[in-house]
Design a protein around this ligand. Structure first.
Ligand SMILES: *Cc1c(COP(=O)(O)O)cnc(C)c1O
Length: 357
């Protein structure tokens, strides 16, 4: 197979071990003579996968007993409306740190008053706003912990006077998280924990049931808590691959270990961006994401952009084009992106510099 360094932002690189287990389970699952996608989701064999997946989530993130982990469909985008539908009585507060945050905020407006605590839109979301206040009469405060498009990240679990809701689509399982500080955490799996098609929701059990509006069964968190994510047929194959991805993570040493590796990878790449006179990082240094590294050509060297893109491509780099709203480059270096790939990109930048002194 050809050597590719996969820096795609999502869907993105997954551990080889998880993919291999997926292939095997498609051929013959648990000696059933059938594949994992051909058996009943009510069977004992499948129930065991669901239980293993749930317990891996609880173990890796040290999720307290008064929380449930749900595996749903619809992507993080469906959570943009499910959160306000289930939680918003009067007023919700949002931190606008990027396009995903803005989309979440927009959906909430259909359900009540929405206040923007702060926004970094005017500086193309190149930093995380600080020093804002969260009104204590809000039903919840919504944050996006990692801004996939702009390469900024909230690195710590904040104290919040009202229930804290976080979209962790692109940095879940990249570091230890104090789940007890959050009322609800959600995200699409396809950035760090699995393939597209399954959405994770970690929800404190007392959170649903406080709004008076009628909620359709499928959009009601309570339904899925009671049904243990099996109210309807769950996305079985994505859940299977997610389970294998989490097993890989546990074998690696869990979240402390992956955080150390993620820091090493990010330091390596940001170090080169800061050293190499041809390139410049776009995110404020203190808010730099460990997952999505955004950079552009230095002032005066912008004309080299497409040349560097071709140079990198010829060396097997895939997915480093920046999001269309930002331009430049973005290397997504999620959990499963090997350090060798990051090193290959750094070497590529150094070699490009040598030919453009
Ligand atoms: C990718 C992404 C989304 C959208 O996820 P879908 O599963 O495609 O709906 C939402 N929020 C963040 C932070 C993302 O990175």
């Amino acid at each position: 197979m050809k050597t590719t360094h996969n820096f795609n932002a999502g869907p993105c690189v997954l551990p080889k071990e998880a993919l291999k287990a997926g292939i095997e389970a498609l051929q013959d699952f648990n000696n059933t003579g059938m594949s994992v996608i051909e058996i009943s989701h009510r069977s004992k064999d499948w129930e065991a996968v669901m239980n293993e997946c749930r317990s891996l989530w609880k173990e890796l993130l040290h999720i307290p007993d008064n929380y449930e982990v749900l595996f749903l469909g619809g992507g993080a985008s469906l959570q943009f409306c499910m959160v306000p539908m289930n939680l918003l009585n009067n007023k919700a507060v949002y931190l606008e740190t990027g396009v995903w945050a803005k989309k979440a905020l927009k959906e909430a407006k259909a359900f009540g008053e929405v206040v923007t605590a702060a926004s970094s839109a005017e500086s193309t979301y190149n930093h995380i706003p600080k020093g804002y206040a969260v009104p204590s009469d809000a039903d919840y405060f919504h944050i996006t912990t990692n801004n996939t498009i702009y390469g900024t990240e909230i690195h710590t679990d904040m104290d919040c006077p009202v229930p804290l809701v976080a979209d962790m689509s692109s940095d879940i399982m990249s570091r230890p998280v104090d789940v007890s500080k959050y009322a609800l955490i959600y995200g699409g799996a396809q950035k760090n924990v699995g393939p597209a098609g399954v959405t994770f929701v970690i929800i404190r059990k007392d959170i649903p049931g406080k709004v008076s509006r009628p909620i359709p069964s499928m959009l009601n968190y309570q339904t899925h808590i009671e049904g243990e994510s099996m109210f309807n047929t769950p996305p079985v194959f994505p859940i299977y691959i997610m389970t294998q991805t989490l097993k890989w993570l546990r074998n690696l040493g869990g979240l402390e270990a992956i955080q150390r590796i993620n820091r090493e990878k990010a330091d390596l790449l940001y170090g080169e961006i800061d050293r190499n006179p041809l390139f410049r990082g776009t995110a404020a240094k203190e808010d730099r994401s460990l997952m999505n590294v955004c950079f552009v050509m230095s002032p005066g060297r912008e004309s080299l952009e497409s040349e560097f893109m071709d140079f990198a491509k010829s060396r097997g780099m895939v997915g480093i084009k920046g999001h269309r709203s930002v331009g430049g480059f973005r290397a997504s270096i999620y959990n499963a992106c090997p350090k060798e790939s990051v090193q290959a990109l750094v070497t590529c930048m150094q070699d490009f510099e040598k030919t453009h002194k």
